[in-house]
Ligand binder design. Structure first.
Ligand SMILES: Cc1ncc(COP(=O)(O)O)c(C=O)c1O
Length: 392
């Protein structure tokens, strides 16, 4: 099924400003249905959860619907969906609950710092999986030498937020599970770029952030509820001790959670189809991925022909995310030049702290990131290429 780009773009009011939104890797725009869900929740009246009155019951229902929606998106179970303000906050919480001095954790230099620092700061011993700086690949073979019977957690990304590399997570997870370790997968960058099946990945924990896939600023970590029953995070004496509630601190952003459900429904409906929401999500996201990668082929081909451009990484399996520098210009200058032409790109290390250190560009302003999402079109790519060509 071809991706119905024109009708999908029309659902995003912000795209009407005429800018080429190539900053999706830092956060996407939202469709009207998400805006409506959030405003309707407030207009209808919501309360805190667990009360005796209708507005409270509406919030109870919003939370339950949000857990079901996120579970459908990633192939998990609603009872294992932990909701929170963002992935970083939830990962800090889980890292502290899962590991401490005497444990070993295996981290990768491909990862965003949000799947690195929370694990290095618990007192656990860290073992590093290295990245090939030329290809941007994370070789699986090294994991056999890194994982042992003391390994508690292997934390790895499902896709790099700067190079787009999709490492072989199932193979890494198999090695981890053979040693009895848990696998914590950062799916923040991967989730918007194709179908997700956390079980096929071998993820014991799968982290994602709705603002990367057309939703509001909410994060989620999904796990098997039975696994969560075995973990006791820090919590207030007075807050629920049940799963997944005991992993959630404070009062949730209920209206935003309704926006998360609307975002999942939006993704499921981008391509017309039948079946359960999960089935429609898989079909819709597969079509979105095909569309993104086709456009990305043109973007990469165009940048590769420019002798004044240095592209980082050439991974075999990747998301539609390009990271590059332009000779004679700082990444910030390139981003400002493109902004004047109405092209939104990000510049900097993008929190890929270890990886930009390895590439030797962390302290020199990083590079420029142009990331495609499903609502981008050929004119977005052409405008980027024309803008970068002018700097040559
Ligand atoms: C790959 C990746 N992991 C983690 C994060 C952190 O997510 P959050 O902003 O929800 O804490 C980001 C944010 O850009 C990301 O791209």
């Amino acid at each position: 099924m071809p991706f119905p780009l024109k009708s999908v773009r029309a659902t995003y009011p912000a795209l009407a400003d005429g800018h080429a939104y190539l900053d999706g890797a830092a956060g996407t725009q939202v469709p009207q249905t998400v805006i409506d869900a959030i405003t309707t929740a407030y207009r209808t009246g919501i309360g805190n959860v667990g009360g005796a009155f209708p507005a409270s019951h509406r919030s109870d229902a919003i939370v339950a619907a949000c857990r079901a929606a996120v579970a459908d998106l990633v192939g998990g179970r609603p009872g294992g969906v932990i909701l929170g303000p963002n992935m970083t906050t939830l990962t800090y919480r889980l890292a502290r609950a899962l590991t401490g001095p005497g444990d070993e954790v295996v981290l990768s230099r491909l990862d965003h710092d949000a799947n690195v620092r929370p694990w290095t700061q618990t007192g656990a011993t860290v073992r590093w999986a290295e990245v090939d700086p030329v290809t941007g690949e994370l070789p699986v073979e090294q994991y056999a030498g890194l994982i042992n019977e003391r390994t508690k957690v292997v934390a790895v990304t499902a896709a790099s937020n700067i190079l787009g590399t999709r490492p072989d997570v199932p193979a890494i997870a198999e090695l981890a599970h053979q040693a009895g370790a848990l696998v914590y997968v950062d799916g923040v960058h991967a989730t918007p770029h194709g179908p997700v099946d956390m079980r096929a990945l071998g993820a014991d924990f799968y982290a994602t952030s709705a603002y990367k896939w057309s939703g509001p600023h909410i994060g989620a970590v999904v796990a098997d509820p039975a696994l969560l029953e075995t973990i006791r995070p820090d919590k207030l004496a007075s807050s629920p001790d049940t799963v997944p509630d005991r992993f959630e601190t404070g009062t949730a952003a209920f209206a935003d959670l309704d926006g998360v459900t609307a975002a999942v429904d939006h993704l499921a409906c981008m391509v017309p189809g039948a079946g359960s929401r999960r089935e429609r999500l898989l079909a819709s996201m597969a079509a979105a991925e095909e569309h993104e990668l086709e456009l990305f082929g043109a973007l990469i081909e165009g940048l590769e022909t420019m002798s004044h451009v240095t592209l980082y990484g050439k991974p075999a399996r990747r998301t539609a995310t390009a990271y590059f520098n332009v000779s004679g210009h700082t990444p910030r200058q390139v981003a400002e030049h493109l902004a004047r032409l109405g092209v939104n790109v990000w510049n900097g290390h993008n929190y890929a702290w270890e990886l930009t250190g390895l590439l030797g560009i962390r302290d020199t302003g990083g590079a420029v990131r142009a990331g495609l999402v499903h609502y981008n079109d050929r004119s977005d790519v052409d405008r980027l290429l024309e803008g970068v060509a002018r700097l040559g």
